[in-house]
Design a protein around this ligand. Structure first.
Ligand code: 13P
Length: 411
């Protein structure tokens, strides 16, 4: 079955409203009736969770909302805490995650949150389950299920992502505990190749993980991160992104994923962080959307970008640029660092700063909500939030060598 044939056949299996399925110019009742008459068989099995998966993915990809990623492993969370002089222990991790999730009004801008296993099973200091705090805010809890990166033998110093062993029973247990979506992050390095082997391994791992999640009622976030590291220009990132995303979607098709019940979490197509040639948000949006349109079927409900080391304002401006004209998917955010940096600085680990820290989170969440709607302006943003912001100097240089046709006018 070709990739492009997948969405239509899948869509007719799940129960979608006529208007959702029909689209302009298609007779509303025709597709499913026609397929039913032809007795089309569907190979997809998601253990009866199909409708729920579609509903969960749609709720996460709802207008003006995105994902708050707070799924740092204990080691990585330790790095965040040490940046404000705090010890990495369970009490401090609990206090930090509690502060974030209890932020009043957060659910207006945040539709889902990715948790680390410790948080999924944790309660607040007042004894309320973190999962209940999320649900009361109208935020769907999710869970990081990969087991991290290790070196990939036979490659050019590249890595692969572990975690498939035992994933079936783990995802079943996470669903019982209240998680409704999952995340698996694997990475591809531009300066190290990327080799065919590393791309295949990354894409196949994502597809196997995603199928196992759907079988247990969790919407898989498929996250193939093209790392920002390197001196390459934006065109090289675009080439790699196109190759990686197309490989991922071919393996998702091979594994018979219900595309309406997944979310893609890609990196934005930007120059490497060591490149002398910087790009404007409009250029980044053009390259990113061009590559996404070439490789990602419109059946996928949401593209939830990671921030990948961009500054807070940079990540928001780039997202805003992507939403200046309609897209086939909900184009939004699933940021960790670009939502948390200001919060950590405001909190400093002091109980008296909790309110200020929660305000800082709301500022970032609201800014990204506006960017999801294409209505954000960086006017009035704090200098701190702009740190790392790239100045846009060499747009002409980037275009000179471009073979890519921009899909959004950046003039
Ligand atoms: P960043 O937004 O910090 O790149 O985090 C990405 C991520 O995968 C967190 O879940």
């Amino acid at each position: 079955m070709s990739i492009m044939a997948m969405p239509l056949s899948v869509a007719s299996k799940v129960t979608l409203g006529k208007s959702e399925f029909a689209g302009k110019g298609i007779k509303s009742a025709a597709p499913s009736t026609r397929l039913a008459k032809q007795n089309v068989r569907f190979a997809i099995k998601a253990a009866g969770y199909e409708d729920e998966l579609v509903k969960t993915a749609k709720s996460i990809a709802s207008p003006g909302r995105g994902i708050l990623a707070i799924d740092e492993s204990n080691a990585t969370c330790g790095l965040r805490l040490s940046s404000i002089g705090l010890e990495n222990n369970e009490t401090n991790r609990q206090a930090y995650r509690e502060l974030l999730l209890e932020t009043p009004g957060l659910g207006e801008y945040i539709s889902g949150t990715i948790l680390f296993e410790e948080t999924l099973y944790q309660s607040t200091t007042k004894g309320k389950k973190m999962v209940d705090v999320c649900n009361e805010q109208g935020i769907i809890p999710g869970i990081k299920v990969d087991k991290g990166l290790v070196s990939l033998p036979g490659s050019n110093n590249e890595s692969w992502c572990q975690g498939l062993d035992g994933l079936h029973s783990r995802t079943a247990a996470y669903y019982k505990q209240g998680a409704r979506f999952a995340k698996w992050r694997t990475v591809v390095s531009v300066p190290n190749g990327p080799s065919e082997l590393a791309i295949k391994e990354a894409a196949w791992g994502l597809a196997r993980y995603a199928a196992i999640c759907q079988d247990n009622g969790l919407v898989p976030i498929v996250e193939p991160e093209v790392l920002l590291d390197g001196e390459h220009g934006i065109e090289r990132t675009a080439e790699v992104a196109e190759k990686v995303w197309s490989t991922v979607f071919s393996y998702l098709a091979e594994n018979k994923l219900l595309l309406e019940g997944i979310l893609l979490k890609p990196s934005m197509v930007t120059p490497g962080n060591g490149s002398k040639v910087k790009a404007t948000p409009e250029e980044i949006a053009n390259y990113t959307l061009t590559m996404l349109k070439r490789t990602v079927p419109p059946a996928v409900p949401g593209i939830m970008f990671l921030s990948g080391g961009q500054s807070e304002v940079e990540a928001t401006l780039n997202l805003n640029a992507m939403n200046q004209s309609p897209n086939p998917w909900h184009v939004s955010f699933s940021y960790a660092r670009a939502l948390q940096n200001s919060v950590l600085k405001a909190w400093k680990g002091q109980p008296e700063n909790v309110e200020a820290a929660q305000k800082a989170l709301l500022v970032r969440a609201k800014a990204n909500s506006l960017a999801q709607l294409g209505k954000y302006s960086a006017k009035g943003e704090a200098e701190e939030a702009k740190k790392g912001l790239r100045t846009c100097t060499a747009r002409a240089a980037a275009r000179k060598h471009s073979k890519i046709i921009p899909v959004v006018s950046s003039e």
